[in-house]
Design a protein around this ligand. Structure first.
Ligand SMILES: [Zn+2]
Length: 367
């Protein structure tokens, strides 16, 4: 973090006319007093989050970046750089909070950011090391974030939205947004265990949709079908998953399973009897290569599945979860907040100027 620029040096005093006119002086001018050395860079200590889904010990990039001697049995899931109160960065030399320093030195943010954000960082930067799937989740837009925070501040601690971008460091697998109507119809046709939970009526409505229907009718049919799946009873979900897993295990002996079918088997090993195992079939399944990036806007469902990435987002930790998690689930809010837009996932490639220094750091650290 760069200190604010020092004030400009004072204008030199004009010399008396007589002295200026004189070719020699009796007294040599004294040398200027030494200037205190400016510190252009100060190292930060960034917070580590030990969420259960993180990679353990040395296998985690987060651990290699942040820990002197990583505990091989402990998950190192996220490294946070920023001022969020759940994981604020501090200066390594004197332990001062980055947020306190910025509040005293808002000029360091530049005038536009300081004027709009009042001397605080508007973004949070993270490194993620993912060993097992994160929850199926979405982040509210600004307006909904304010409502959720006002109603349930202990669950939704921020009144801020959380649009985010993930840039893959290793191969990074993600579920993101709803699959196309054709793919959803294929799921309903070929996965009777899901069709059974959605119910014939809602499944039939979706099956009758055409790509060009677009608009609100597809969205409301999809919302109704997805909500049926997510709110099915625990027993029904458990039975459907059990049937699906045994069927896939048998079929794997006579044919190659699709990527999504293999994903279902993998998710079930991580989260037994969790409705998220089935919900995964509703989403786009994306594999990012190193250097590729994905933007996730407000109210879009997603789940990070495996790999390592860097992530930048608005300073917020508002997450509405509904599956693949032992944490609190707010299924009703999630089902009502989603956009139900079916857009193909846009992978962004032009990030090498960010990736090159990171590759260098990673190779230095023997990633
Ligand atoms: Zn997210």
């Amino acid at each position: 973090m760069e200190d604010p620029p020092p004030p400009p040096p004072p204008e030199p005093e004009p010399e008396p006319a007589a002295a200026a006119a004189s070719p020699r002086r009796d007294v040599e001018p004294s040398p200027p007093p030494p200037q205190p050395r400016r510190r252009l860079l100060r190292r930060l200590r960034s917070a580590v989050q030990h969420y259960e889904w993180g990679r353990r010990g040395d296998a985690s990039l987060v651990a290699r970046l942040a820990a002197q001697d990583p505990d091989p049995a402990r998950p190192y899931a996220e490294l946070w750089m920023g001022t969020h109160p759940s994981g604020p960065s501090t200066f390594l030399d004197d332990g001062e909070l980055l947020g306190d320093w910025l509040a005293r030195n808002p000029d360091a943010l530049g005038p536009a950011v300081a004027a709009r954000w009042g001397g605080d960082l508007p973004f949070l930067f993270k490194v993620l090391s993912v060993a097992k799937a994160l929850s199926i989740q979405a982040h509210p837009d600004k307006k909904l974030a304010e409502v959720l925070h006002a109603l349930r501040p202990s669950t939704y601690k921020d009144d801020n939205h959380k649009p985010e971008m993930a840039i893959a460091i290793t191969e990074f697998r993600v579920l993101c947004g709803f699959a196309s109507i054709e793919e959803l119809k294929d799921i309903l046709r070929t996965v009777p265990e899901v069709e059974g939970l959605v119910g014939h009526e809602d499944a039939g409505k979706l099956m009758s949709m055409k790509d060009y229907d677009g608009g609100s009718e597809v969205r409301s049919s999809l919302q109704s079908a997805f909500a049926k799946l997510m709110t099915a009873s625990k027993d029904m979900v458990s039975e459907a998953i059990s049937k699906l897993i045994s069927r896939l295990n048998i079929e794997s002996k006579i044919r190659t399973l699709t990527d999504k079918e293999q994903l279902v088997l993998s998710l079930e090993r991580q989260y037994q009897e969790d409705v998220g195992v089935l919900a995964a079939l509703f989403f786009n399944y994306v594999k990012l290569s190193p250097g590729e990036a994905l933007y996730i806007g407000a109210n879009e469902p997603h789940a990070y599945l495996s790999g390592e990435c860097i992530e930048c987002m608005a300073t917020s930790d508002n997450v509405v979860r509904a599956g693949l998690t032992p944490k609190y689930r707010d299924v009703q809010t999630l089902c009502s907040m989603l956009t139900y837009k079916q857009v193909s996932v846009t992978v962004i490639y032009c990030v090498m100027y960010i990736m090159l220094p990171l590759y260098f750091t990673c190779s230095t650290l023997k990633v």
